[in-house]
Design a protein around this ligand. Structure first.
Ligand code: ADP
Length: 497
């Protein structure tokens, strides 16, 4: 309603000024005054947006009164925890380190993908060392106006000291997430002055950290892109320790799942170990979201406990996105069903028991999909494994070709995967080109080799699928009817026919 009043007033004002002009009144002073008013309004708006950003920093600082996070609340990350604990010993044994002449540790840089628990580790470090905790994100320092970022850095460090004094503590942890935003290499940004001033202020604050001050400050930074950081920031005496916080391995995932399942009633049949096995590549944040989504599914299904199927549904949602309302045409559904069966049959004939589920329900970017159950966490691939991956990726398109006489645009993602695997083979010296240098090898040679590798696998898949035509038809009909097939059901149907 307020907006309408404002607009009505503005409109009437304009009409009045125009009318006065027509009547021959000199409207120049009115126009000048109006211009000044607009200018003032714009300046206030600018000030307002700055103060909002400052508030963001202050708000984050209230983490110090939020729930206490300890190292026991962090699943996996054993190496990161150990390295961090070692580093923190200096703070805990203040006298001893002083007597040995050890200069205080100024900064710890946590490096790793998003959602792996870097913020949690910083908070746990604060509770372990009984320090006050203040935090901010690198992006909250970015402003158009030179000097604002630097001022905010000063303010954040002061807030850390004040929070410690207020809580009767003798140390504070200042945590800056996405530190690459302000700690990027100097001279790279177009508005370099502001960025450089902000980084300089951070360096000044870190240099000011010493053993004599009443409140010892420890700076903890988190980033996903350490390569972007200014070398001045990562030299010893600034960030003295760099701790890697990687995606969790299977044991780590199980630990994280157990932590987040503590307050959730799980059905007796739920096997978290199996879920941990199937979630290679998931971060802690993904796993937390998975259990949360599963609990929402249980609520939706009016169940008092979280069942296996709630978890499966949640797994698919976290992996692929929300179910789509958009329904493909019947003819498209048939194609999608055969396509997924194509992937599944190739996958099963390469490794029995490898299919976890397949569906024709569109979700996220996918119209249908086949999910494989990984053998275990894998960090290395042999030539044969890469060839198998290519064959599985091609299975969908070849099946479509055999049943409908043509391929469709639905295979684009599969072909990208197949080409990526072929490139990996080439650059890892597993192809007919021998060991090649990525910089010097001719792109025509690479393309030719990719074509040869893929053509061989196409032939392999064609031979394989041509002997499975009848079962493919039965499975596709079942999939169209049920919309979803578990790996076990698929294998049962294969055995029965
Ligand atoms: P980052 O700072 O690395 O982006 P966070 O520490 O903010 O990640 O993690 C986000 C959320 O993900 C946490 O609040 C927690 O629920 C969950 N999480 C991430 N890693 C772990 C872990 N190792 N153990 C338990 N929960 C985790």
């Amino acid at each position: 309603m307020e907006i309408y009043w404002k607009e009505a007033a503005l409109g009437s004002g304009f009409a009045l000024v125009i009318a006065l002009g027509i009547w021959g009144v000199d409207i120049t002073p009115i126009v000048v005054m109006a211009g000044l008013a607009v200018l003032l309004q714009m300046m206030f708006a600018g000030r307002f947006s700055s103060s909002r950003k400052l508030e963001a920093v202050t708000l984050d600082a209230r983490d110090s009164t939020g729930p206490v996070v300890t190292f026991d609340d962090i699943g996996g990350q054993e190496t990161a925890k150990r390295e961090l604990l070692e580093a923190l010993e200096f703070i805990c044994n203040r006298e001893k380190s002083q007597s040995l002449g050890i200069r205080p540790l100024k900064g710890i840089l946590l490096v790793g993908p998003p959602g792996t628990g870097k913020t949690l580790l910083a908070k746990a470090a604060a509770s372990f060392t009984d320090s006050a905790f203040v935090s901010a994100s690198g992006s909250s320092f970015v402003e158009m106006y030179a000097g604002v970022g630097a001022q905010r850095i000063r303010k954040l460090f002061n807030m850390g000291r004040q929070a410690a004094a207020h809580q009767g503590k003798d140390s504070a942890i200042v945590f800056i997430d996405e530190i690459e935003v302000i700690g990027g290499k100097r001279g790279r940004h177009s508005s370099h002055l502001e960025y450089d001033q902000t980084l300089n202020q951070l360096l000044v604050e870190m240099d000011g950290i010493n053993a004599e001050t009443e409140v010892r400050v420890l700076m903890v930074g988190a980033t996903n892109r350490p390569d972007l950081l200014d070398p001045a920031l990562i030299r010893p005496g600034r960030f003295d320790r760099v701790v890697r916080v990687d995606l969790p391995d299977k044991e780590g995932r199980l630990h994280i799942l157990r932590i987040h399942a503590k307050n959730k009633p799980l059905a007796a049949s739920v096997d978290l170990d199996k879920i941990a096995r199937e979630t290679f590549g998931f971060s802690g944040a993904h796993l937390e979201s998975l259990l949360n989504e599963a609990a929402i599914n249980a609520l939706r299904n009016q169940s008092n406990v979280i069942r296996e199927e709630d978890l499966r549904e949640a797994l698919e949602k976290v992996m692929l996105g929300e179910k789509l309302d958009r329904q493909p045409l019947e003819e498209e559904r048939r194609r999608i069903a055969y396509h997924e069966i194509g992937h599944a049959l190739v996958s099963e004939s390469i490794r029995k028991g490898s299919v976890s589920s397949l569906t024709v329900i569109p979700r996220g970017q996918a119209l249908g999909y086949m999910r494989q159950a990984p053998e275990g966490d894998r960090y290395l691939y042999s030539k044969q494994q890469l060839l198998d991956q290519i064959a599985i990726a091609l299975g969908g398109a070849i099946m479509e070709e055999m049943v409908f006489g043509s391929r469709s645009t639905g295979s684009k993602g599969d072909f990208d995967q197949a080409v990526d695997a072929a490139h990996q083979m080439i650059y890892c010296g597993m192809s007919g080109l021998g060991v090649v240098s990525k910089q010097h090898v001719l792109s025509e040679d690479v393309n030719k080799e990719v074509k040869t590798i893929i053509a061989e696998q196409e032939q392999r898949v064609r031979n394989l699928l041509s002997s499975h035509q009848t079962i493919a038809g039965i499975l596709a009909e079942e999939l169209l009817k049920e919309e979803k097939l578990s790996g076990d059901r698929l294998r049962k149907l294969c055995l029965a026919s």
